[in-house]
Design a protein around this ligand. Sequence first.
Ligand code: MRU
Length: 385
Amino acid sequence: MSLESVRYSRGSLAVLNQLLLPRESRYEPISGVREAWEAIRAMKVRGAPAIAIVGCLSLAVELHRAEAKEKEQLLTFVLDSLAFLVTSRPTAVNMARAAGELSAFVRREAERAGATSESIQESVIRWAEDLLMKDTQDNKKIGDHGARHLVRRIPGQPVTVLTHCNTGSLATAGYGTALGVIRSLHAMGRLAHVYCTETRPYNQGARLTAYELVYEKIPATLIADSMASVAMKEKGVSAVVVGADRVVANGDTANKVGTYQLAIAAKHHGIPFYVAAPSTSCDLDLKEGAHIVIEERPGEELTDLNGERIAARGIGVWNPAFDVTPCGLITGGIITEFGVFAPQELQAALAKFTKERSSNCPQKVSRDPSAEVEKEPGGCNPEQD
Ligand code: MRU
């Protein structure tokens, strides 16, 4: 069985407290929106897709448990709760995007002839449950597209991947994004080795990715972030694959701090650099990465280790949690559930594929990106697998 960041059944939600890993595996109940907001802010649950899933499911659980509300009161509660959840962490777009889509959806549901509080409540709960289910499905597609692409691009030899931060089951509903690509390569028997960075200062790589790799029996080696360039030079790294917190219209990508320097080093060594991200991590409303708000976290994450001060007292600290990798450094491509695209192809490809998906399932995708942003020239060109 795979690791689970979230345990959900109707009316009940628990998250694996990732602050305690790998020492202790403890699931903690989340009874509603306020508790979810606190768990996200404290990083008990983290990773762009998992943040949105826990946020939306906490609303589902609170609705399921609460006394019935009047229609107007219910609508206000749902909209206010979503707006509040968006304030938990600013950089990953997934919660904001889910909140925008679910808010539009619930407004439409409320206007439907014959809509009752019960029917609205049920449709919100189902929407959140769908998000959970769809995330794992999309991650498996990302894994499959990415692995097949890498095998084609690096023929005749097993692939060695360097990855950063944690993008696995713990950061998603299951399977993972960049780690999903690694998992798929391993399942195909085409993975030689993984190098995972410890991911200072929060150590998501050492604490979480290393834990997942060991758990999945995937051959892997932990390196300090400062060893990445020499690993690229000496360890036969064939590709760098990372996740994303927000990919904007031109392909610029915000991800865990340290991603940018990996992309620079990969370019220097002629190693293809990939971002693996579901369309739910893409924000086509922003034209370029300079507009992304980067979360700054407490200085103690740098100055202290396990609650003990290691840095000289009095030193100033700058602790941005993310950085932006310019699209020009994403030399391999962006691996999505729809295929692998060059950064400049992403916008048109997402417009096409999300439109197709929304016409198959109209209530799920309420936003047509092509209607809101100026398109880049050039059509979509998904990798043919
Ligand atoms: O601060 P975190 O741990 O939430 O940051 C997580 C990352 O940067 C991940 O790489 C990203 O969210 C992708 S998770 C599939």
